[in-house]
Design a protein around this ligand. Structure first.
Ligand code: PLP
Length: 421
């Protein structure tokens, strides 16, 4: 099946007489005819549901759809994108381990790694993703367990050279984890370029309507945990699970199985069946929305680039972007819907611009059907001076525009009017 068909048809497949639409199994609990059968479930000898913290039929169908969209062997949904990032790393690394991460990743990811995972004993080195193979390789140590990057970074809009990152990770015998939130499987298939594990905040384009938080981790099934020799947690018995050896019992689905039966069991960042149902509705139209987001964003970036009230424009899909060659290779169908730009006149002019928008709303969120805008210098980063802002890659005049799927002429008219003010 092609991706458009998968968005609609994968996951839930009703049998004769069953509901056509994925039902919401709002049940924590499942009933069995015998204790013996239930015992086999707990020994992972039978397939079935035992408790919604670990698996649920509604959630399971949506996981199957997402695994198919990304071309993986399995997926696990989480309660938020933050939880997905945490699970992806903690399934692989523990206290005493180290990871290497692109420095331009999402702020929430940066904090999770730089503050909280350090407190848990997992060390991190951040690298400039645009640096070459040799420079990035220098960050690796004997205890390095993973390399992490983001397809299109939020909000820096850097585009990851995925094949370069995959080669660096694999030459060091560790998996590459990529956050594919901004691209979605409609615009980029990271597994095709050597990525081993994908994460998403489904709260963004996948949901698409800003109605439910969620995350997902997807396993390509391609990383050989035993051959690497660096992952005893995969290749020796887990005493907390009857001495199971993940790489033997689950074969090439060892990662996603371990994430679920070990970490989701213990940490419990479980999505609700209701939210999985809503996410599934969003996924059905993802293939229609992503091309429109990208098309609108490109037209708006071109409009801004040719307007002398605008100081600069950053959109990876622009012909003039330094990431254009990477976009051609990894994102041939569009560079997604987020554009950032500077309003001439600095902090004050940018604030005035935001306040003058009528159609675009001021929100912290990005990546849903409605156009929205954020001025970090006067909101999320308001405690920083202009100099401090420059240090973290955000100038005082920066406006982040999340371009929606309205008619692009109406969005441009709104921007034009606000620039005039
Ligand atoms: C929003 C976001 C996250 C965090 O997801 P939540 O669902 O908000 O927890 C992670 N990565 C990226 C790229 C994001 O945009």
């Amino acid at each position: 099946m092609k991706i458009e068909t998968k968005c609609i048809q994968e996951g839930y497949k009703p049998k004769n007489g069953e509901p056509r639409v994925l039902p919401i199994y709002q049940s924590t609990t499942f009933k069995y005819d015998s204790s013996e059968f239930m015992g086999k479930l707990f020994d992972l000898e039978e397939n079935g549901y035992f408790y919604t913290r670990l698996a649920n039929p509604t959630v399971g169908c949506v996981e199957e759809k997402i695994a198919s969209l990304e071309g993986g062997v399995g997926a696990m949904m989480t309660s938020s994108g933050q939880a997905a990032t945490m699970f992806a790393v903690m399934t692989i690394a523990g206290a005493g381990d180290h990871i290497v991460c692109s420095s331009s990743v999402y702020g929430g990811t940066f904090n999770l790694f730089d503050v909280t995972l350090r407190r848990f004993g997992i060390d991190v080195t951040f690298v400039n993703p645009d640096d070459d193979y040799e420079t990035i390789s220098k960050a690796f140590k004997d205890n390095t367990k993973a390399l992490f990057g983001e397809t299109i970074a939020n909000p820096a809009l850097t585009v990851l050279d995925i094949e370069k990152f995959a080669k660096i990770a694999h030459d060091h015998k560790v998996p590459l984890i990529v956050d594919n939130t901004f691209a979605t499987p409609v615009l980029c298939n990271p597994f095709k370029f050597g990525v081993d594990i994908i994460t998403h905040s489904t709260s963004k384009y996948m949901d698409g309507h800003a109605v439910s938080l969620g995350g997902v981790v997807i396993d390509s099934g391609n990383f050989d945990w035993a051959a690497s020799g660096k992952f005893p947690e995969f290749t020796t018995p887990d005493e907390s699970y009857h001495g199971i050896v993940y790489s033997e019992h689950f074969g090439n689905a060892a990662f996603i199985a371990k994430a679920r039966v070990q970490l989701m069991r213990d940490l419990g960042s479980t999505p609700s069946p209701q939210n999985a149902f809503l996410l599934n509705l969003g996924l059905e139209t993802l293939h229609l929305r992503m091309p429109r987001h990208s098309e609108n964003a490109k037209k708006i970036a071109e409009f801004l680039e040719n307007d002398d009230r605008v100081a600069w424009v950053n959109y990876p899909g622009l012909e003039t972007s330094k990431y254009k060659p990477l976009v051609d290779k990894y994102l041939p169908n569009g560079a997604s819907g987020v554009v950032s730009f500077g309003v001439k006149g600095g902090r004050e002019a940018a604030t005035k611009f935001l306040d003058s928008l009528k159609l675009a709303a001021i929100v912290t969120h990005v990546a849903d059907a409605r156009t929205c805008a954020l001025h970090p210098a006067s909101t999320t980063h308001r405690q920083m001076t202009d100099e401090q802002l420059v240090e973290c890659g955000i100038s005082a005049d920066l406006v982040r525009l999340s371009v929606g799927i309205e008619n692009v002429d109406d969005i441009i008219a709104d921007i034009d009017n606000a620039l005039g003010k």
